[in-house]
Design a protein around this ligand. Structure first.
Ligand SMILES: [Zn+2]
Length: 446
């Protein structure tokens, strides 16, 4: 039995920063005491002024195992997560091989996690044009949602779906009340011809806002007609905000996320021939990103997620600098908290607003709101302890993902994760990994 007490002057409890002592026992938060509380024979950790908050839940991560473990695997990704204060992540159904579009593939995925989970991990299933008959079984097997693309995904085994495909599975999603997660870009030929593939501006122009807004319109239409949960992943286009917010006034079944890279980087500052910054939809101009921030500060986003989507440096075309040949995806799982906190500081983002976007809100989206995402009696003892006053420059040594290829390298950020607890066990102590394999597979109960 592992039991301990965690004290801080700044614990995030009931939406406020308060002085408290958490009593962890048998993997749960057994009790919360106001103020300073020592108990005989129980280890006591005095964390002073460090922030003690629920462990971060990252509901959008690509891990690539099995099949493309040379890109990223469960071992490296979940170690990086522990360093980043992420105690639960949900893995996307593509980039691994096989892709998670059948229960057989899902079983292989579960096998691949064995002895490699250092934080908790759940999964989404995928919809492609040929697996409509597999969706029900995937849901019964315990996936947290069904993800589809409306444009080419970058992975040939995971082709995009059409409106007709989505209409076919909507009744099943409705029956099980499982969200449909959509990559919202609907490609057309109304884009300029590419002259210089190393030009970021040309890459940006190749994936215009109207691709996103046309796809969002399709998503909203499906949501409304079938009355199902629809989640728009990684919104980048500010032109999508108004239509999403309008619909959200009428339903609570529409949700939307955005990611740190859309909030931290701006197109104007992205150098040419630097495909480390390539992702889809693309990172847009500062004026656009200011509107994403405005929406965030106005509670327009349900939660924030990393969309960690790493690849080996050669896939990122570091040598050629070709944005169009490079893998589209930003590697940065580990740095979500400091990146958002640092940029948020400049924009008036309070801890009271930031913390739920990384904890309570994704828990609610996943249906885990009675178990995770809050420091509350009876909840899972997943806890992140960090120093909001400590800044650091991100060095290669800091990066625990399989590959160091990330646009966050050399950025100076505030907010260092010092301790992480997973299922009541301390896995990160003084920013060093001390315990392995404390993570669990989490299965959605339907
Ligand atoms: Zn993604």
């Amino acid at each position: 039995m592992i039991e301990c007490l965690i004290y801080s002057k700044r614990c995030f409890i009931d939406a406020q920063i308060v002085e408290a002592t958490l009593h962890l026992k048998n993997e749960k938060i057994f009790q919360i005491y106001k103020g300073f509380q020592k108990l005989e024979n129980i280890s006591f950790f005095d964390y002073g002024h460090l922030i003690v908050m629920p462990g971060i839940i990252d509901a959008h991560v690509h891990i690539n195992e099995p099949g493309r473990t040379d890109w990223e695997g469960f071992d490296t990704a979940t170690k990086a997560a522990a360093f980043g204060g992420i105690t639960t992540l949900i893995e996307m159904p593509l980039n691994a091989s096989p892709v998670t579009t059948t229960t057989e593939a899902f079983k292989k995925k579960l096998v691949a996690t064995q002895n490699k989970l250092h934080v908790n991990c759940g999964f989404y299933g995928g919809i492609i044009p040929t697996n409509k008959d597999d969706i029900k079984d995937l849901i019964k097997a315990g996936v947290f949602g069904i993800k589809g693309f409306l444009t080419h995904s970058g992975i040939d085994e995971f082709p995009n779906v059409t409106k007709t495909d989505l209409e076919a599975i909507a009744p099943i999603l409705k029956q099980y009340d499982i969200p449909l997660l959509l990559h919202c870009e609907l490609n057309d030929n109304n884009v300029p011809k590419v002259k210089n593939p190393q030009s970021y501006q040309e890459y940006l122009n190749s994936r215009p806002q109207h691709w996103e807004t046309n796809a969002i319109d399709l998503a909203l239409d499906i949501q409304e007609r079938f009355d199902i949960k629809v989640h728009i992943v990684h919104l980048s286009a500010s032109e999508g905000i108004e239509r999403i917010n309008n619909r959200k006034q009428k339903t609570n079944k529409l949700t939307v996320e955005t990611c740190p890279h859309y909030l931290y980087f701006n197109a104007e500052k992205i150098p040419d021939a630097s495909p480390l910054f390539k992702c889809a939809p693309p990172i847009r101009e500062k004026a656009n990103n200011d509107l994403l921030w405005e929406n965030l500060l106005n509670d327009g986003f349900n939660f924030l997620a990393s969309d960690h989507s790493p690849a080996p440096p050669e896939r990122k075309q570091i040598e050629t600098g070709d944005f169009f040949k490079a893998w589209g995806g930003i590697s940065g799982l580990q740095f979500t908290l400091p990146v958002l906190f640092s940029e948020g500081k400049k924009r008036g983002l309070t801890l009271e607003k930031l913390i739920p976007l990384l904890t309570e809100n994704p828990a609610k989206f996943l249906g885990l709101e009675h178990q995770k995402g809050k420091l509350e009696k009876g909840f899972d003892a997943d806890i992140t302890v960090w120093n909001d006053n400590e800044s650091f420059q991100i060095s290669e040594d800091d990066i625990k993902h399989r590959h160091k290829a990330t646009p966050y390298l050399n950025e100076t950020v505030f907010g260092k994760v010092i301790h992480t607890f997973v299922n009541g066990v301390q896995v990160l102590k003084d920013a060093k990994l001390i315990t392995l394999q404390q993570g669990r597979v989490i299965i959605k109960n339907t």
